[in-house]
Design a protein around this ligand. Sequence first.
Ligand SMILES: Nc1ncnc2c1ncn2[C@@H]1O[C@H](COP(=O)(O)OP(=O)(O)OP(=O)(O)O)[C@@H](O)[C@H]1O
Ligand SMILES: [Mg+2]
Length: 243
Amino acid sequence: MTVTTTMSATPTDGSGALYELTGITRSYSKGSVTVSALRGIDLAINSGEMVSLEGPSGSGKSTLLQLLGALDTPSTGTIRFAGRNLEHESDAELTELRSGEIGFIFQQFNLIPTLSATENVEIALIPRERSRERRQARAIELLTQVGLAHRLDHLPSRLSGGEQQRVAIARALAKAPRVVIADEPTGNLDTATATEIMGLLHELHEREGVTVIIATHDEEIATQTTRRIKLRDGSIISDERIS
Ligand SMILES: Nc1ncnc2c1ncn2[C@@H]1O[C@H](COP(=O)(O)OP(=O)(O)OP(=O)(O)O)[C@@H](O)[C@H]1O
Ligand SMILES: [Mg+2]
């Protein structure tokens, strides 16, 4: 098994990599059984990259995304985000990081079913914007950007899958995040809609310079990114930049 990583020196001032992962493992214990979901990941991701994480079911994609999103902590190893060692951050600092700098997009969209499209985006703006009017105006602007100006008042149940995912993207963008982490964002969508959603993520990446990290089973999706990392049994088996 060949392990290729792009990690070399370890800059500490945050000027280099957005993420630097060193010796990351993550195990889950259930009674006497231990599952090793990640088995020694060394990885650096630069600002502005658009990365796919591919691998079969159970290879550790979601586990790795949870760590990158500061939603979980590794069993061993170090994660630096923008030069900050996440191990040394308090819970309050991690919460701030998640609510201010990291946008999340999920396969199941995770919208609040009782809120309209606009309101779903507005709530993500609460930590940044105190004025309700300004939150609403910004939410409308973001929904317009993702092509949903005509669906502002719709509840999620009245939106198609692709439209729900657009709302989720607008919600992720509301934070003006440094990085958008997407776990199988097109997993519930047909091919044509999946392509549209990928087009939107591409646009975002190119226009705003946002770093995008996408876990996917789908090779078609992975070929639309500029760096493909493949996981197998909790290890990186290849890491390829596509120019
Ligand atoms: N909370 C948990 N408790 C116990 N085991 C877990 C937990 N989360 C994940 N695992 C195990 O860790 C391994 C990696 O799971 P992970 O969800 O990261 O895989 P994945 O690549 O995202 O798979 P999929 O493509 O099905 O989403 C699997 O063996 C899984 O069963
Ligand atoms: Mg998963």
